[in-house]
Unconditional design. Structure first.
Length: 247
């Protein structure tokens, strides 16, 4: 059968590299429904409620402030060891459409635990609409994706296995979801140690949340505790911030 050869775009080159790096991480996952009635009540009172990504980013970072393991990376250089970060760095999957092509790029959100929810939300919304070259993280990604394959593989390997570089380039946790487009359970991949995804809120104020993690870093008992605390933070600290300072 005859077909047409198509050039691989720079955003798709990034995804190819991302999947190549992610295949080496021994991920396992835990999912559970959250009852977020108090959070939904707070959002209902806001003139312009914050986006779900912003709320999950800040809530997870608050939990990570209490749980150092959520700020811990497994790296191999100069020898295999754990690298604990003093603060969280989130990487949020942002869906974009450019020249008719749909793709995602991660936006870096540093220290979300100490930033106002409105500021985090504004940054993520800006990353969805601003020109690609105006977003520093996107610009860096696309520049690196122009390198020849051997150099990209080497830069990814070094970047993921030196603690400081790994944190700066790939963050301490990621947040992704397809809930804005359709219901469904997203089993995403990432080279980072933690990846959080969420579904749509049901009529009973419940939302399905999935946390995937690098099993080299921690175990299921810790993750179960983290998810319970995350649900609590969404319904308390995050809800309170929305009520005190409606967005």
């Amino acid at each position: 059968m005859r077909g047409t050869k198509l050039k691989i775009s720079l955003p798709r080159v990034f995804i190819l590299d991302l999947m190549h790096a992610s295949m080496r991480v021994p991920f396992i996952s835990l999912s559970r429904p959250f009852d977020i009635g108090p959070l939904m009540a707070a959002r209902a009172e806001a003139v312009s409620p914050p986006g779900w990504a912003a709320m999950f980013v800040k809530a997870f970072a608050i939990v990570a402030k209490e749980e150092p393991v959520l700020r811990t990376l497994y790296v191999k250089l100069p020898w295999p060891h754990f690298f604990e970060l003093p603060r969280s760095v989130a990487m949020v999957a942002v869906a974009r459409v450019e020249n008719g092509e749909e793709f995602i790029l991660p936006e870096k959100v540093p220290t979300p635990e100490d930033r106002p929810l409105a500021e985090i939300d504004a940054q993520i919304r800006h990353a969805k609409t601003a020109p690609l070259e105006k977003i520093p993280t996107f610009r860096k990604i696309l520049m690196a994706s122009r390198l020849p394959l051997p150099l990209r593989r080497l830069s990814w390997w070094v970047g993921l296995n030196v603690g400081r570089m790994s944190a700066n380039n790939f963050g301490s946790f990621g947040v992704t979801s397809v809930s804005a487009y359709a219901p469904g359970e997203l089993q995403a991949l990432s080279p980072g140690p933690f990846l959080l995804s969420y579904g749509r809120v049901g009529s009973d104020n419940r939302i399905d949340v999935i946390l995937r993690w690098d099993h080299r870093v921690t175990d299921a008992a810790v993750t179960a505790r983290v998810l319970s605390r995350l649900e609590q933070v969404l319904n308390t600290e995050i809800s309170a911030e929305i009520l005190v300072s409606p967005i």
